[in-house]
Design a protein around this ligand. Structure first.
Ligand code: SAH
Length: 246
């Protein structure tokens, strides 16, 4: 993993630039997502600005359940943070994209900070930690699980909870007859490498973890956390609630 204090340099921040353009002009170029594992894809920039009504049901549920002092991790344009503030809730929004944090401030997010989740200079305590839009991706790799859970322990107030969504990528490896073709000797099948491109801005490649609920529960338990299925989405996606085990 990169250094725990890593922030994305503005000159190589495709998504941050797309968010800044869309915020200031109402439109953006194509934001392209590449991976060595999949075909190129496009991320519609307006999706990053979705209001509560346009959010998937699992995200709406996460916002309803969020309480107390809330941390929105990887907050992007601030869509969830703003929805929470409209509900009268208190939220600290963090992101490693300085460009995105600037947009969040301009959009009215009261407490937006350019800081990495794993940077110990972030030392507040939170009742709810939100990781949304396949937020488990920020764990990056399976071997980071112990480090992720120990960081969560530092950040959670007593009785606090993590609300995190992810997807089971098993459907990508399923044949028409229902059989599954995965290399059991390789990395976990949900561990993906991505890079983004926006106009002539090419971002560095990064790891993103998609994890099925069963595997997440197992790692939670190994690291002293409980893991509960809150809600299943429409396509192999789900919202989980994790808490320090009593
Ligand atoms: N939650 C937003 C944005 C999702 S994109 C939404 O649902 O629209 C993921 C975001 O996480 C990006 O803005 C990226 O810069 C940020 N991010 C990735 N790793 C991070 C980390 N370790 N700490 C804080 N933010 C991170």
């Amino acid at each position: 993993m990169e250094s725990t204090t890593y922030l994305i340099p503005p000159e190589s921040d495709p998504m941050g630039r797309a968010i800044a353009d869309y915020h200031s002009t109402g439109k953006a170029k194509r934001l392209i997502v590449t991976s060595t594992m999949f075909d190129d894809d496009e991320m519609p920039v307006e999706v990053l600005f979705r209001g509560f009504d346009k959010m998937p049901a699992i995200e709406q549920e996460a916002l309803r359940l969020a309480s107390g002092n809330i941390l929105d991790v990887g907050a992007g344009s601030g869509c969830h943070a703003l929805a929470l503030e409209q509900m009268g809730k208190k939220v600290c929004a963090i992101d490693i994209s300085q460009l995105s944090v600037d947009v969040m401030r301009q959009r009215g997010v009261k407490d937006a900070r350019a800081v990495n989740l794993f940077d110990e200079r972030l030392c507040d305590r939170f009742d709810t930690i939100l990781l949304l839009m396949n937020g488990a991706g920020m764990i990056q790799r399976m071997e980071n699980m112990p480090m992720f859970f120990s960081r969560m322990r530092q950040l959670l107030a007593p009785g606090g909870k993590i609300l995190m969504d992810s997807s089971d990528l098993i459907y990508i490896y399923e044949d028409e007859d229902g059989s599954v073709d995965i290399d059991l000797a390789g990395d976990y099948y949900g561990q993906v490498d991505f890079a983004m491109r926006y106009g002539n801005i090419q971002g560095d490649s990064f790891d993103w973890l998609y994890i099925d609920f069963g595997t997440l529960s197992l790692h939670a338990e190994l690291n002293g956390f409980t893991c509960r299925m809150v809600k299943e989405g429409e396509h192999y996606d789900y919202l989980a609630e994790l808490q320090v085990a009593e």
